[in-house]
Design a protein. Structure first.
Length: 293
């Protein structure tokens, strides 16, 4: 007997534009995931984009605040942010660099702009942890820009690889055996097509930073072609499948492609704490208020 395997191409299932809000000490941002539009996309709990060249929009930063039960991932496209925590850990996140912080049982930290003028632009993603790891010791994976590989293809495509593996074999430095994330920052010249394999069951999305893209699928009948177009500053949640084809529009495009293994566990949220039950969230508030972080 012969088994013929056929690629299943992912499509855009839903599109969201995010919600303008502020967090920290008045930092203006767009909440893309973690909003009333889309509360979470397992294992992703939140995606914020901040982008401004007006210091009043970011100078307040994110003064000391706690986290428990998940990971925070800060990736900067422009600017610099300094991070400090209550365990004495400190670092600088720069354009093209990433900080993947596994807050786990608890960290109190601040994230402050290391600049008083100019453009600050980047993303913070929250990635959930499984119940078995929510109370494990905190840890960091921090990589400056020179340690996040930039794959440059013959067709002009450039891919900054934070985690996961591109189809040409470039592997990102972040290791994560909870959700096995893919985190790619892809820049495509006009009308160029990018193909990326993804684990079939992983939840995945595209966030378009600049330009516009079309998500293609083999044997498309064109019936829902309009639904497969994503414009700048749009989130496209993808259907399941093992392959993704994305073509840039006439101005080229830049987008994040992020995927991860869904945890399929109950989610109880309370501000900066994300646990499995409400009782665990209340315990987190109690531990924080009693200085046990
Ligand atoms: Fe934080």
């Amino acid at each position: 007997m012969t088994t013929i395997s056929r690629k299943v191409f992912r499509k855009v299932a839903e599109q969201f534009s995010g919600i303008a809000t502020a967090d920290g000490d008045g930092v203006k941002l767009t909440r893309i995931i973690g909003s009333p539009q889309i509360n979470f996309l397992d294992p992703f709990l939140l995606l914020d984009c901040f982008e401004s060249d007006d210091k009043n929009d970011y100078i307040g930063g994110f003064p000391a605040h706690p986290h428990r039960g998940f990971e925070t991932v800060t990736y900067l496209l422009n600017g610099r942010m300094r991070h400090k925590d209550n365990a004495g850990h400190e670092g600088l996140i720069e354009s093209g660099g990433v900080q993947w912080m596994t807050a786990a049982k608890g960290i109190i930290h601040s994230e402050m702009p290391e600049q008083e003028e100019g453009l600050l632009k980047g993303f913070q993603l929250w990635v959930n942890l499984p119940a078995a790891a929510k109370m494990s010791p905190p840890k960091y994976q921090e990589f400056p820009p020179e340690s996040t590989p930039l794959e440059c293809r013959d067709d002009g495509t450039q891919i900054r690889v934070i985690s996961g593996r591109t189809n040409q074999g470039t592997v990102g430095p972040v290791v994560n055996h909870y959700t096995y994330p893919t985190y790619l920052d892809v820049s495509l010249p006009a009308e160029t097509t990018f193909e990326q394999s993804l684990p079939e069951a992983h939840n995945a999305f595209i966030y378009v930073i600049e330009g516009d893209v079309r998500v293609m699928s083999d044997g498309d009948d064109g019936a829902d072609a309009a639904n497969q177009q994503l414009t700048a500053k749009t989130l496209g949640v993808l259907t399941h499948g093992d392959e993704l084809l994305v073509t840039a529009g006439s101005d080229g495009a830049r987008f994040l492609l992020i995927a991860g293994k869904p945890l399929q566990e109950p989610i109880a949220r309370g501000g900066p704490f994300v646990m499995n039950t409400k009782a665990e969230v209340l315990q987190a508030f109690e531990d924080f208020n009693q200085g046990n972080f």
